[in-house]
Write a protein that binds this ligand. Structure first.
Ligand SMILES: [Fe+2]
Length: 347
């Protein structure tokens, strides 16, 4: 999020008033591109726009995830990953290969060969004739109200994907294979790596909603290490208010929605680039996967910023892939180049 302190907040409040007014006017004349662009700007400034019971549009400063962020900051005693990596890691991060990897990019994959959407659909038990983007209609029907019930709906929708559910095991097995066959070669093409560390695969469901979920942030705020690259894989075509918004380089502030089709996966440097979602004012439920990868040459096994208060490492590495170990506590699994097979394999 843009760093807006107390005094600065007061100073920019008139600018926020004008932006909110401009957004309302753009909506009234049906210029939704302009309205969404302003909404993105407001969201990045940490502003939450609301409508009161009388229909009047108001705004307030969005709180920074008080519970979760507070807990992490207390445990690490830090607000961002500032630990200096060892010399060899720093050298690897200074290479052209790593510079290429932290640029925003995308990879394509064959949805037939990697049927993420099919597994998720089956997990939800969604009827064939209902597109995944209409999940909220298919499973929640008339009980769903985008103004009020978004969080409850998400909880309900995600139940079949809990850690010990068969769908989660199936998804994890596919995810391991996707990492070995698609992501690791993609990463190694930029930064030669015979070892890739990869984090858990998160499934996110975002039904239409009147408010954004979460706040603009960089993953370093949560103690993640600097060599980490983010991947975001939506299970449907996304753009505008329905997509993830990112900046193209740390501090660039050129926030923009990722425009992707199913079969594409975005790559971005979420560790240092601000990213966030805006209120999903579309009538589409966004379902997406996201995960973080660290190429072996820049992986720090024990960064100071990721240690708990007792000094123990919070993001540890385990072997065996996520397919069989999805309820394990370690954050990372690793896949390595197998010379005999001529491919990457989960270690
Ligand atoms: Fe993030």
């Amino acid at each position: 999020m843009e760093d807006v302190g107390g005094e600065d907040k007061e100073a920019i409040a008139p600018e926020v008033d004008l932006l909110v007014q401009a957004r309302n006017e753009a909506k009234k004349r049906g210029d939704y591109d302009e309205a969404n662009a302003i909404a993105t700007r407001l969201c990045a400034m940490g502003v939450l726009v609301e409508r009161d019971a009388h229909g009047t549009v108001t705004w307030r400063w969005q709180e920074i995830r008080p519970k979760k962020m507070g807990r992490i900051v207390r445990r690490t005693g830090k607000t961002s990953g500032e630990a200096l990596p060892a010399e060899c890691i720093r050298s690897a991060m200074a290479t052209e290969g790593f510079a290429e990897l932290v640029k925003e990019g995308r990879l394509s994959f064959d949805p037939e060969a990697y049927p993420f959407e099919k597994i998720i659909r089956e997990g939800f038990g969604l009827a064939d004739e209902i597109p995944l983007s209409k999940l909220h209609c298919g499973l929640l029907g008339d009980s769903f109200d985008s103004e009020t019930s978004c969080r409850t709906a998400k909880k309900k929708l995600l139940r079949p994907l809990g850690p010990d559910q068969p769908t989660r095991h199936e998804l994890n097995a596919l995810y391991d294979r996707f990492i070995c066959e698609v992501v690791a070669p993609h990463v190694a093409a930029c930064l030669p790596s015979d070892r890739i560390l990869y984090g858990q695969c998160c499934v996110r469901v975002q039904p239409p909603a009147a408010k954004p979920i979460g706040v603009p942030h960089c993953d370093s705020h949560y103690g993640h290490q600097a060599g980490q690259i983010n991947f975001w894989l939506p299970l449907m075509d996304v753009d505008g208010a329905c997509s993830l918004h990112v900046e193209s380089a740390p501090g660039a502030r050129d926030y923009h929605p990722l425009q992707l089709q199913y079969g594409e996966c975005a790559r971005f440097y979420g560790n240092r680039c601000t990213h966030f979602t805006v209120a999903n004012t579309t009538n589409i439920t966004r379902v997406s996967l996201d995960f973080r990868v660290v190429p072996g040459p820049v992986f720090d096994p024990d960064p100071e910023a990721s240690r708990g208060k007792d000094g123990s490492q919070r993001f540890t590495v385990a072997s065996g892939g996520f397919g069989k170990n999805c309820s394990g506590k370690a954050y990372y699994r690793e896949c390595c180049w197998d010379e005999e097979r001529g491919s990457y394999a989960v270690l």
